[in-house]
Design a protein around this ligand. Structure first.
Ligand SMILES: NC(=O)C1=CN([C@@H]2O[C@H](COP(=O)(O)OP(=O)(O)OC[C@H]3O[C@@H](n4cnc5c(N)ncnc54)[C@H](OP(=O)(O)O)[C@@H]3O)[C@@H](O)[C@H]2O)C=CC1
Ligand SMILES: O=CCCC(=O)O
Length: 335
């Protein structure tokens, strides 16, 4: 598989939008920053499927920016606050896709992403030429290509656009989109990506966005596992883990992830931003990606085992920083 045919880093811009979007935004949009031009075929009706931890704030930002948004979620009650904000609701993905120009999907995993896109009353059933489907879930390359094939068979366009950034960046419209697929659809939805994110990469063929996302999350999962080991080791040798966090944040390996999640980890608190079960899913999918090209990934494989242990201890829905608990369990039983 060839990765990164071309990458375009695009800072925020608001070109190419035919309708003014300014009134309710949390960001400082102004009608001056919008240039109506090339997208006469884009009426601005946006579907959103899956309003969990990430989908909810993403859809909310679109609504607040003035977009005409229609939502659906398997558990309907999660849509209710968005409906109060002005969103429309349809009772299945097919109906959302049929009533919207472009439809975003933010689902848990490959199985749900396929089901919502390609299953009975799935989005593909409501697609037709001139529409677009943008899957922002984190899935593997094969799944993304499968969804793409189903969508494109209807004559519609497809873009995969998994995101880097968690709950807070989603709330703040600061996500990073890793897109690949139909360039025409990318160009059309730039204004929408700009509402939800701070930057975007266009990576070429479908699969490259999924692969990029899995590589990033493979690194992240290993970093968190390693950080957890360091925190516990520091404590066991009589150091203050809070000081360790300070030392790390001032040096070359400093990362926002350590300084934001570290203090809660010291208190054994794991408020969920990125569920541990999704991090383990991403490690599993990344290992599959590595396997497909015979790349050795022993660190990620070890980290994956740790997340599996954490899941077996009932930590699936905690934040992925709860992986540290798996090491505590090991320490107790091993000492
Ligand atoms: N949280 C984060 O920090 C980030 C997450 N991601 C990725 O984004 C995606 C969503 O994550 P997040 O919002 O955190 O996860 P959540 O678990 O909060 O939301 C998952 C969504 O998928 C829906 N869903 C799950 N199973 C099915 C199914 N079988 N059929 C239909 N819908 C289903 C859920 O519906 P219901 O409400 O009914 O359960 C919910 O809308 C995942 O792929 C994740 O890896 C990417 C970047 C950051
Ligand atoms: O997929 C989840 C990514 C979380 C993050 O980038 O902080």
């Amino acid at each position: 598989m060839s990765v990164t045919l071309s990458s375009t880093f695009c800072p925020k811009s608001f070109g190419h939008f035919t309708r003014p979007m300014f009134s309710l935004s949390t960001k400082q949009f102004s009608s001056d920053s919008i240039t109506a031009s090339t997208t006469d075929d884009f009426s601005g009706c946006v579907g959103f499927l899956g309003v969990g931890i990430m989908g909810y704030p993403m859809a909310q930002n679109l609504i607040k920016a003035g977009c005409d948004v229609t939502v659906w979620n398997r558990t309907k009650s999660k849509c209710d606050p968005l409906i109060s904000l002005g969103a429309k609701y349809r009772s299945c993905p097919e109906e959302v896709a049929a009533s919207c120009d472009v439809t975003f999907a933010m689902l848990a995993d490959p199985e749900s992403a396929v089901d919502v896109a390609c299953g009975k009353h799935g989005a593909a059933s409501g697609m037709s030429p001139s529409k677009g489907y943008i899957d922002v879930s984190t899935v593997d390359v094969t799944t993304s290509k499968l969804i793409s094939a189903h969508i494109k068979a209807t004559g519609a366009l497809f873009l995969e656009a998994p995101v880097s950034g968690s709950k807070k960046p989603a709330e703040d419209g600061q996500l990073i989109f890793l897109t690949a697929g139909d360039r025409a659809l990318f160009d059309k939805v730039v204004p929408l990506l700009d509402i939800m994110g701070k930057s975007k990469f266009y990576l070429g063929d479908v699969g490259n966005g999924a692969a990029m996302k899995l590589v990033v999350n493979m690194i992240m999962g290993s970093m968190m596992a390693s950080f957890s080991e360091g925190m516990l080791l520091s404590e066991k040798v009589g150091l203050d883990p809070s000081v360790l966090i300070e030392v790390i944040s001032g040096g070359a390996i400093g990362a926002p992830m350590f300084s934001t999640k570290g203090p809660s980890m010291v208190k054994s608190l794991y408020p969920t931003a990125f569920p541990l079960k999704h991090q383990q899913k991403d490690l599993r999918l990344a290992l599959g990606l590595a396997e497909s090209v015979s790349q050795s990934t022993p660190i990620a494989a070890a980290a994956n085992e740790l997340y599996k242990v954490a899941k077996s201890h009932g930590l699936s829905d905690e934040d992925f920083s709860a992986v540290i608990e798996a090491l505590k369990v090991r320490s107790v039983s091993g000492s």
